[in-house]
Design a protein around this ligand. Structure first.
Ligand code: AMP
Ligand code: MN
Ligand code: MN
Ligand code: MN
Length: 286
């Protein structure tokens, strides 16, 4: 039995491979009743996705996955259910988009020095123009045969200490939570088990996040094991945080992650959607 909610997904507005319309149709076909489109650092796909959702008879919530730097580490926060026309939020996201432009140029420069020319044009050819992410570079490097798969490209070229890695400062925890809260939404820590932090560092992050007004943790994630899920449920309970659930779907090229194929939240979790006033997808399905 699957959840009916999928509150973390990507389209061609960032590094997903389906257009917002195709993503919504795929979600509806997979039985998702409530989908959040959460592209990296931009909301350019939301209007199109909402239109498609009306046609498909599902609910589409505005979302965004904001890149944050906390204690010199990159952490992703997912904002949900906010006014995506809010100008302070858009100004904040614009600063991150501008940082990405310069970073992409620098990544290409460094890859050039490592013997891989024309990587900026190559990465751009995989992006629909809204934003360039490391994923687009990885797809280009796979295409030209530098590495056989994306995972290897990241490991050998795009992470800290490798030739194409560019350090940088994203938003602060407080900024990102402030933008989402002021636009009427809620913020959750995306895929909290994926940061390779010690348990005590992760709990420090969660504590700082809760103190800054964060609302919840992504307890159920496409990249969480069953154990991760129960551990994150425990952390959410300890810090009085709500629980969210999302696949982090990027498209059919990554078949190990499917839209909406998410288990129920562990017992004792308070779902982030509890007070959203949406009738339960299960109730609707009966
Ligand atoms: P960026 O936000 O541009 O730094 O790119 C981060 C994105 O790269 C993430 O959202 C993932 O979609 C993708 N990514 C990160 N690590 C890996 C990996 N090891 N293999 C494949 N994709 C990855
Ligand atoms: Mn991504
Ligand atoms: Mn992420
Ligand atoms: Mn994501």
């Amino acid at each position: 039995m699957f959840l009916g909610y999928d509150l973390h997904s990507h389209s061609t507005a960032s590094d997903g491979t389906l257009t917002p319309t195709a993503l919504v149709r795929a979600a509806a076909a997979a039985g998702v009743k409530v989908l959040a489109l959460t592209d990296h650092d931009n909301t350019a796909g939301i209007d199109e996705a909402q239109l498609a959702a009306r046609e498909s008879g599902i609910q589409l919530l505005p979302g965004v996955e904001i890149s944050v730097t906390w204690e010199r580490q990159t952490v992703h926060l997912v904002g949900l259910n906010f006014d995506h026309k809010n100008s302070a939020l858009q100004d904040g996201l614009k600063a991150l988009q501008a940082f990405r432009v310069g970073r992409a140029e620098e990544i290409a420069l460094r890859l050039g020095k490592a013997g891989i020319p024309d990587a900026l044009e190559g990465a751009r050819s995989f992006s629909n123009g809204w934003l360039v992410s490391r994923t687009h570079f990885a797809r280009f490097l796979v295409k030209i045969g530098v590495m056989p798969d994306m995972r290897k490209v990241f490991r050998h070229y795009l992470v800290h200490g490798k030739p194409g890695y560019v350090p940088g400062e994203w938003a602060s925890l407080e900024q990102a939570i402030g933008w989402i809260t002021d636009a009427g939404g809620q913020t959750v820590i995306a895929h909290p088990a994926r940061y390779r932090m010690t348990r005590s560092k992760l709990r420090r992050l969660i504590k700082a996040f809760a103190a800054a007004g964060g609302a919840g943790l992504e307890v159920v994630s496409g990249s969480h094991s069953r154990d991760d899920c129960f551990n994150m449920a425990r952390h959410a309970k300890d810090f009085g945080l709500l629980a969210s659930a999302g696949s982090d779907y990027h498209g059919p090229e990554h078949p190990w992650i499917e839209l909406g194929r998410l288990p129920q939240l562990p017992d004792g979790c308070v779902p982030i959607w509890r007070d959203w006033g949406i009738s339960s997808p299960q109730a609707r399905a009966i």
